[in-house]
Design a protein around this ligand. Structure first.
Ligand code: COS
Length: 386
C-alpha cells in the first residue's frame, strides 16, 4: 500500500533494506548465537547517515523525526531486530536531550550521536522500579557545582557500548515523582561502572547491562531542564520512543510474514504446496491484515507526533501495544506454518518469535500501555463533560 512516504523516507527505506539484505542477513544468526554487539554494522549505520535521522540539522542530524526513525527501524527489524535496536535505543537515550536539553547541551552531545561516533542509552529502570517508574532509588545529591550519583540501573539497552547516558535519579526523595531529575552522564566518568551483561531470550545482538553509580560526580551543567522534571522528562521520552518500539515489532512481524508466505509456497504436503490449504491461507490472511493495520497506525501516530501534537501519550501507547501484540501473534503463527522446521534454529522464524516477546515488555509492559490508554481516555471524557 502507498503510505505517501517522502522521497527521503523512501531513500532511508531502500538503504536499510540493502544493508539488511547484504550485511545483516548473512551474520544475524552468528550475533544471535554469540550475543556480541555488532560494532561493525553499527559503524555502517553511521557511514550511511542513519544515526542522526531524528536530530536537527543544526546539531549534525538529518532533520527528520519519529517517522524517519520508524521507517528505518521497521526495515532493519525485518531481518534482525536485535541489531536494529542499537539505533532505536540510541534514540531513546537521545530524546531527553532533544526534548529538554539546553542549546549548550545539544551542541555538545547531539553531534557525536548524529554522526554515529557515540551511542546513547536511557537509564530509568532499576531492580525494584520498572512499571512503577516513580519508585526509583538512585540518588543525585547536589554538592557545590556537582551532583553525586549513587545507585544501580538495570537492563539498560546499549549499556557499556554507549558513550552518553541519560539517567533519571532522585534529587529529593520526599517529593515522589516530583523529586526526580534527569542527567547526562558520560562513559568514563569516575564512579560510573557497568555490571554483568545479561543473557537474554531474544534481541541477543543487543547488549543489556547494569549501570552502577558509586559516588559518581557529574557537573551541574549535565542536569536536563530543572530539578524535579525527571519523571515528566522520562514520560515525554517514552511518548516519543514508543512508536519506535512499535516499528521494531512491526518489522519483526512483517519479516515473519514474508518468511511464512515464501515457505508455504515451497513446502509440499499431500502432493501440493501447503499454501493451497485453506487452513494455512486463513492464517496468512490474518497475519497480513494485522501487519498492515499495525503499519497504518504507527505511521499515522509517528507523523502526528512529528507534527507537534500536544498529548501523544494515548496514541503512542496504542501503537506500541497493538504492534507488539501483533508481532507476538504473527511470529507464533509463522512458526506454526513452518511446523517442525519452524522450531529449529536453521530457520529464521524461531529467532523472530524470541525477538518479538520483548516488544510486549520493554518501554512499558503492555499492561502499562493499557493503563496509559485508559487513563487518557477517561481524562478526555471528563474534559469534554466539563
Ligand atoms: N507527559 C507529561 N507528563 C506526564 C506524563 C506524560 N506522558 N505522564 C505523566 N505525567 C505527569 C503527570 O501529569 C503527573 O504530574 P503532576 O504531578 O503535575 O500531576 C506526574 O507526571 C505523575 O504522573 P502519574 O501520577 O500519572 O504517575 P504514576 O506514578 O501513576 O505513573 C505510569 C503512571 C504507570 C503511566 C508511569 O509510571 C509509567 O509510564 N510507567 C512505565 C514506565 C516504563 O515504561 N518503564 C519501562 C522502562 S523505561 S525503558
Amino acid at each position: 500500500m502507498d503510505y505517501g512516504l517522502t522521497e527521503e523516507q523512501v531513500m532511508i527505506q531502500d538503504m536499510c533494506r540493502q544493508i539488511s539484505e547484504e550485511k545483516i542477513k548473512p551474520v544475524r544468526e552468528q550475533f544471535d548465537e554469540s550475543g556480541e554487539f555488532p560494532r561493525e554494522i553499527f559503524d555502517l549505520f553511521a557511514q550511511s547517515d542513519l544515526c542522526g535521522l531524528y536530530i536537527e540539522e543544526k546539531y549534525g542530524g538529518m532533520g527528520g523525526g519519529v517517522m524517519e526513525l520508524v521507517v528505518a527501524v521497521e526495515e532493519l527489524s525485518k531481518v534482525c531486530s536485535g541489531i536494529a535496536l542499537s539505533v532505536a535505543a540510541t534514540a531513546l537515550g537521545t530524546f531527553p536531550i532533544i526534548i529538554h536539553g539546553s542549546d549548550e547541551q545539544k551542541k555538545k552531545f547531539l553531534p557525536p550521536i548524529a554522526s554515529g561516533q557515540s551511542l546513547a542509552a536511557f537509564g530509568l529502570t532499576e531492580a525494584n522500579a520498572g512499571s512503577d517508574a516513580a519508585g526509583i532509588q538512585t540518588t543525585a545529591i547536589k554538592d557545590g557545582d556537582e551532583y553525586v550519583l549513587n545507585g544501580t540501573k538495570q537492563w539498560i539497552t546499549n549499556g557499556g557500548e554507549a558513550d552518553i547516558y541519560t539517567i533519571i535519579a532522585m534529587t529529593n526523595k520526599a517529593k515522589g515523582p516530583r523529586g526526580a531529575s534527569a542527567f547526562i552522564v558520560e562513559k568514563g566518568t569516575p564512579g560510573f561502572d557497568f555490571g554483568k551483561k545479561e543473557n537474554k531470550m531474544g534481541i541477543r545482538a543487543s547488549v543489556t547491562r547494569e549501570l552502577i553509580f558509586q559516588d559518581c560526580r557529574i557537573p551541574k551543567e549535565n542536569l536536563l531542564g530543572k530539578e524535579g522534571l525527571g519523571f515528566i522528562i522520562a514520560m515525554k521520552t517514552l511518548d516519543q520512543s514508543r512508536p519506535g518500539v512499535a516499528a521494531q515489532a512491526l518489522g519483526i512481524a512483517a519479516g515473519a510474514l514474508d518468511e511464512a508466505v515464501k515457505y508455504s509456497r515451497e513446502r509440499r504436503q499431500f502432493g501440493k504446496s501447503i499454501s493451497s490449504f485453506q487452513g494455512v491461507q486463513f492464517m496468512l490472511a490474518d497475519m497480513a491484515t494485522q501487519v498492515e493495520a499495525a503499519r497504518a497506525l504507527i505511521y499515522q501516530v509517528a507523523r502526528w507526533v512529528d507534527g507537534g501534537a500536544k498529548n501523544v501519550s494515548k496514541m503512542s501507547a496504542m501503537c506500541k501495544l497493538y504492534a507488539s501484540d501483533v508481532a507476538m501473534k504473527v511470529t507464533v503463527d509463522a512458526v506454526q506454518i513452518f511446523g517442525g522446521y519452524g522450531y529449529m534454529k536453521e530457520y529464521p522464524v524461531e529467532k523472530m518469535m524470541r525477538d518479538a516477546k520483548i516488544t510486549q515488555i520493554y518501554e512499558g509492559t503492555n499492561q502499562i500501555q493499557r493503563e496509559v490508554i485508559a487513563l487518557n481516555l477517561i481524562k478526555e471524557a471528563a474534559a469534554k463533560k466539563a
